[in-house]
Design a protein. Structure first.
Length: 284
């Protein structure tokens, strides 16, 4: 990721693949075949449209299955069978309610991000790679399905869910709310850099943000995203290895994006605060 981002061949394709928006700046004139594989960065909005619709659909089905005693559609059960989920001998603690709560948090997160993309954020003319775009669409379908697959199928016998709120549900939701609040504040700060006091967009250029978690890291909204996924892991009861794998993916994905953005700020703003870390306050 630290190599010069120009050139062609495999290296040029990889650099073009992992960079998006402002981090593609300074790459020089990319080959024509690479420029054909890019779409506007503002298409990020599509990710959250898909997530709101798909994960909202899954949430409704899981709610009906757990509270009304209805059966999940056969195709969802086939997905469970494909991943061997029905081989579980029983319900491990509060898996049903935990999964329902995490799916709700994921859906609310997508709703908030969609509203921010539509009415808060000011997108520049930056681009993303078509592979990143397609992966993002598939990711938000897969992540909701992953939550659903954490619920055993062989313990559904028509009984309604017995809701038992545990301490880790409370801790997870509190961290989720805290991280979501700060992520929204940081996105508002970024958007206001391009707006006048009246709220009118006056510029699409990049500026140095200040305030909230920006005082400690260059990309606090990426750090908040990691915390949101960690909060869901906690809500699932800490023991869910599958979801911790999702958290690990988010860690590396957001860390890479944060490092590239941090280097962009350092390169383009000579007075950029030297005490700021790229991703995690005081650490990285």
């Amino acid at each position: 990721a630290r190599r010069p981002c120009g050139g062609g061949g495999v290296s040029g394709f990889f650099q073009d693949l992992i960079r998006y928006g402002k981090t593609k700046g300074g790459c020089g004139q990319r080959p024509a075949w690479l420029r054909l594989l890019q779409v506007p960065k503002r298409w990020f909005t599509h990710f959250y449209v898909v997530s709101v619709l798909w994960n909202g659909f899954l949430l409704i089905w899981l709610f009906r299955a757990e509270f009304l005693g209805e059966s999940l559609p056969s195709w969802i059960q086939h997905v469970h069978h494909a991943f061997g989920r029905d081989s579980q001998s029983g319900d491990m603690g509060n898996e049903h309610f935990s999964a329902l709560l995490v799916l709700l948090l994921l859906w609310l997160h997508s709703c908030r991000r969609l509203s921010e993309c539509l009415w808060t954020s000011v997108f520049s003319n930056g681009v993303i790679h078509i592979v990143q775009y397609c992966f993002g669409l598939g990711y938000y379908i897969a992540v909701g399905s992953t939550v659903l697959c954490q619920v055993p199928t062989n313990v559904r016998n028509g009984k309604e869910l017995s809701v038992q709120i545990c301490w880790y549900h409370i801790v997870g939701v509190m961290i989720y709310i805290w991280a979501s609040f700060h992520q929204h504040r940081c996105l508002v700060i970024l958007a206001n850099l391009r707006k006048s006091k009246s709220g009118k967009v006056v510029s699409l250029s990049h500026s140095v943000p200040f305030g909230d978690w920006f005082e400690r890291v260059s990309c606090p909204h990426y750090f908040a995203e990691l915390l949101i996924y960690i909060s869901m892991a906690i809500t699932l009861g800490f023991h869910n290895v599958t979801w911790w794998s999702v958290v690990l993916y988010v860690l590396f994905n957001q860390a890479l994006a944060a490092v590239l953005c941090h280097e962009f700020y350092q390169k383009n703003f000579s007075s950029y605060p030297k005490h700021r870390k790229a991703f995690i306050p005081f650490v990285f």
